[in-house]
Design a binder for this molecule. Sequence first.
Ligand SMILES: [Zn+2]
Length: 324
Amino acid sequence: MSKCHGCLKETNDSYCRTCLQKLFNGRKINYILPFTRPEFNEQRMNQSTRLSISGVQVKYSAKLEKKELVLTDEGGRYILKPIPYGPFQQMDNIPANEHLTMQIASQVFDINTPPNGIMYFKDGEIVYTVKRFDVLENGSKLLQEDFAQLANRSEENAGKNYKYNYSYEEMAELMKKYVAAYPVEIEKLYSLIVFNYLICNGDAHLKNFSLFRNEQFGDYTLTPAYDLMNTKMHVKVEPDTALQLFKDDFMSEEFKSGSKYTRVDFLELGKRIGIKTDRVENIISRFTSKEEKIIELVNNSFLMDELKNRYIENVALRRDRLMR
Ligand SMILES: [Zn+2]
């Protein structure tokens, strides 16, 4: 038996039937790509004063052709994310980390995510592969706006750290402005914020959240989640959250004493953005109660063993904070 390169469950093949269906419309695709990593030499590291993995990540566009994925400039339905180059630790584990984190989001917490899996370049180098969610089967494209666009923030008008100098509370206010189904969608956004905290994703900035715009009704809904990863394993010095929780200088007593967000801070955020207290409590409990399932997925993942343990320890620490 080997494990499925999509859902990480046991299977006799590289992908289980369910994952083949979700990722490749049922076609039995070769998970070894017919090409090696395309050459590129740019080190995109001086773009931002705040160094982030997403800032150095290179992405390729691919499409399905017979039984293989091939690179394409147009009509790509897949994004390939190889090991990035940059000044981070254990970078060769980044594709496995992103894959694992997306699987935890989807399988353990029912967070809406696009189908994704692990593939390899012809020379054996690992690559994280994800299906685009903004292109429909018939090729038509959905309108998508990220929260930097919604907030009208760019490097030109808000400086190099424009993606980070903002708060999750203000993001919720933007949703209130644009999203008619706010009561439903805000719980999804809030859940994602708690998830990112639990899983140590310190790079969940404004551009890593987006809304779909429904042209017909002029309405917006949250897109599936993307770019989820435990960044703490790769970035030594990084704030725990990409954005601060609150738009003002509010600090709970707990935060004042430990400089770390804990349960009370997330309760306060939930209250401020209009989610009922019992629902906020439920959401937080959901994220603190699935330890075993997370450990199982981590152990089945493509991470190297040493990092599996670190991943589990990182999450345990955050869980403690969310339970305190
Ligand atoms: Zn599978």
